[in-house]
Design a protein around this ligand. Structure first.
Ligand code: NAD
Length: 429
């Protein structure tokens, strides 16, 4: 099938490369000409395991192209995926500016029947508005479907190729068939539903997962007070298939480019309909508490944070990604520096867009360097390489002896054995 993917970010670039790997002929379009130029030269705009090889393989075999010109991609396409950003507007609602701009450009350039899929996470009713925007310019028939993406950054290529399900929100049988054909080689249930249900499914899933993390953090804080161990409790409850083991890791809470903005957007939609969402609201409150509790406990251990040096390991919102959008690690750094601490931080891949936060800490190139004269270390992102830290060497370089493992990555016994006071989230010390 001839496919156009609009947007070459985490979702667009991965979907474009993977659809090419499935045998489709794909052209990826982005309004950022520099990004396109780099991609043409095999330089990835993002860090995502397995992506570079997939892109290069398909550029090499001629099935994957990059352009900033819609006319190079849209007229020939049988299927167009819109994968542009939908950030939070200042009131918390989803900002659909990029989606609508893409829809209008598509409308100007379609030349035959095409299925246009909203892959971006968008509020209920957006596919209808996208259809209206396309129809302002289009002279040929088209359908708009909702096809929300469910990949996880850090596992995006593997998630795209091995999905648990594909959501197809289609109002016509023809559009549903085209979408099923596009994903025919992916062996998973293709769930055809109304566009409105598909749009709500994505928000409901993200809000549920965020709530699950907040829930385990709430229980973790209780476990600390009761002398129980959250990892034993998580295993105990997660072994019940009605609950499941995933998303039961206590820690610093959720962040990233999706959960915070999507949770804000679904609450905003509820609010606009006079429908309060107490569970989702509580999940947000708990998420703030997850960070402030780490700060409080560290402050307690150090006798206040003012004038202290804290070495932070990890800046990305989770491991295996360079994405720092709404990263809990960066929020933590703000909270530390607000209380007068000095922060030295390391991350192997993190890309920081927020210029303001860059002025608040010193970034170093190795994990060992964060330890130099530090009063405490904090693990803020669960990078695998932090499992192999030479803790004894780090401890020797430090002024203090506290290690707060805010992601429960290390065994408390090995932390203690290296001479640290070991703090973590909800675990017996
Ligand atoms: P991103 O910010 O990484 O990438 C968006 C890209 O779209 C950018 O390269 C930008 O230049 C481009 N763009 C903007 N307007 C354009 C236009 N009119 N025409 C062509 N290109 C345009 O965003 P992302 O993280 O890939 O997310 C995209 C959407 O997918 C969002 O709605 C997000 O919520 C959703 N989503 C993201 C993830 C994730 O893990 N990142 C997972 C599932 C769903």
């Amino acid at each position: 099938m001839n496919v156009a993917v609009i947007g070459t970010g985490y979702v667009g670039l991965v979907s474009g490369a993977c659809l090419a790997d499935l045998g489709h002929v794909v052209t990826c379009v982005d309004v950022d000409p520099q990004k396109i130029e780099k991609l043409r030269h095999g330089i990835m705009s993002i860090f995502e395991p397995g992506l570079e090889e997939t892109v290069k393989r398909n550029v090499g075999n001629g099935r994957l192209k990059f352009t900033s010109d819609y006319t190079q991609a849209v007229p020939e396409a049988d299927f167009i995926s819109i994968a542009v950003g939908t950030p939070s507007a200042s009131d918390g609602s989803a900002d659909l500016t990029y989606v609508y701009a893409a829809a209008e450009e598509i409308g100007k350039h379609i030349k035959k029947y095409v299925v246009i899929a909203d892959k971006s996470t968008v509020p209920v009713g957006t596919s209808e508005e996208v259809a209206l925007r396309v129809s302002r310019y289009a002279t040929t028939p088209f359908d708009v479907i909702s096809n929300p993406e469910i990949l996880r950054e850090g596992h995006a290529v593997s998630d795209f190729m091995n999905p648990t399900r594909i959501i197809i929100g289609a109002a016509t049988e023809q559009a549903a068939q085209v979408a099923k054909e596009l994903f025919a080689f992916l062996d998973c249930p293709k769930l055809v539903m109304s566009p409105r249900s598909a749009e709500l499914t994505k928000y409901a899933a993200n809000a549920f997962l965020a709530t699950k993390i907040s829930y385990i953090n709430e229980i973790a804080h209780l476990a600390e007070k009761l002398g129980a161990d959250i990892e034993e409790v998580a295993l105990g409850i997660g072994s019940d298939p009605r609950i499941g083991k995933e998303f039961l890791r206590a820690g610093l809470g959720w962040g990233g480019s999706c959960f915070p903005k999507d949770v804000r957007a679904i609450r905003k939609v509820g609010e606009s309909l006079g429908h309060s969402m107490p569970i989702v609201s509580a999940a947000c409150e708990m998420n703030e508490r997850a960070k402030s509790r780490v700060v409080e406990r560290l402050s307690e251990a150090l006798g206040g944070l003012s004038g202290k040096t804290i070495g932070v390991l990890g800046l990305a919102f989770k491991n295996n990604t360079d994405d720092t959008r709404e990263s809990a690690a960066l929020e933590l750094i703000k909270l530390f520096t607000d209380q007068g601490a000095r922060v030295i931080a390391y991350d192997p891949e993190a890309h920081i867009y927020d210029q303001d936060i860059l002025t608040k800490f010193t970034r170093v190139k190795t994990s060992q360097e964060v330890a130099k004269n530090a009063d405490a270390l904090v693990i803020a992102t669960e990078w695998d390489e932090f499992r192999q830290l030479d803790l004894v060497k780090m401890r020797k370089q430090m002024k203090g002896d506290v290690l707060m493992d805010a992601r429960n990555l290390l065994k408390p016994e090995s932390v203690k054995k290296a001479g640290f006071i070991s703090l973590s989230v909800g675990r017996r010390l």
